[in-house]
Design a protein around this ligand. Sequence first.
Ligand code: SF4
Ligand code: FES
Length: 253
Amino acid sequence: MSDVKNFSIKLKVWRQNGAKDKGRFETYPLSDVSPNASFLEMMDLLNEQLIGEGKEPIAFDHDCREGICGACSLFINGRAHGPDGEITTCQLHMRHYKEGETITIEPWRTKGFPMIKDLMTDRYAYDQIQHAGGYVSISTGGVPDANAIPIIKADADEAMDAASCIGCGACAATCKNGSAMLFVAAKVSQLALLPQGKIEASRRAKAMVAKMDYLGFGNCSNTGACEIECPKNVSISHIARLNREFLVANVKD
Ligand code: SF4
Ligand code: FES
C-alpha cells in the first residue's frame, strides 16, 4: 500500500472577467490534495470548493487531458505547462508540490492570444495560420503502397519531430517577442520534408508567415525559450528551414 499522504496548498490564481476587465490574483487555500491527482484534477477540486462556497468557478481550458490537444495552456509558477520538461499541464501531477506550498497559475499572456476569461485565452490565431497554408493542395494521386516512396530516415525523423506539435501556444506565450515562429516552423517543416509537401513548401512558408505577422505575433530573435518550454520538444532547427523556404519564396517572386 502506498504511504503517500494528501496535503494542503495555496493557489494564487489569475481571475479576469473578459478582455476589458483589468484582472487580479486571488488566493485560495485547498486541502486534501492527493499527490496522485493530476494538476487539472486539482483544479476541478478547487472549482468544486468554490461552487460549494457560492463563488464563481475558475474558467480554464482542457479537452483530451492526455497531452494531445494542446488546450490546457497555463503558466504554473512562471513556467509554461509547469516545472517538468516535455509534458503538458494535464500531464503534470501534484506529487511535484509540497505541503503548504503556494502555486501561482496564470493564463498565456501574449498579443496573439486574446483573453477570454480567467485562465482561458483564445488560440484561434494558430488555426488561422494553419488555414493560411498548412496543407497540401496539389493532387498526390491515390494512396501509395507502404514503402513505395522511399524517404531518407533522417528526413522522416525530422518530419515526425515537427509533426508532434500540438498547437498549444507555449512557444508564443513564452517568447519575449510573442513570436509564433516555432509553431509555424513545425507546420512548414513537417510538410517540406516529405515528397507530397515539398512542392508547395515556399508558397506555404510565405503565406503562413504573412498570416502570423498580420495576426500580431512578434519577430523571432533566437532566444530559444520556445524550444525549452515546448511540451513536445520541437526543435528550434525547424525555424532555420522555415527561414530558408521563406527566402526561396521571396527570390522566386
Ligand atoms: S511548437 Fe511546441 S510549444 Fe509551440 S505550439 Fe507546437 S507544441 Fe506547443
Ligand atoms: S487537455 Fe489536451 S493536451 Fe492537455
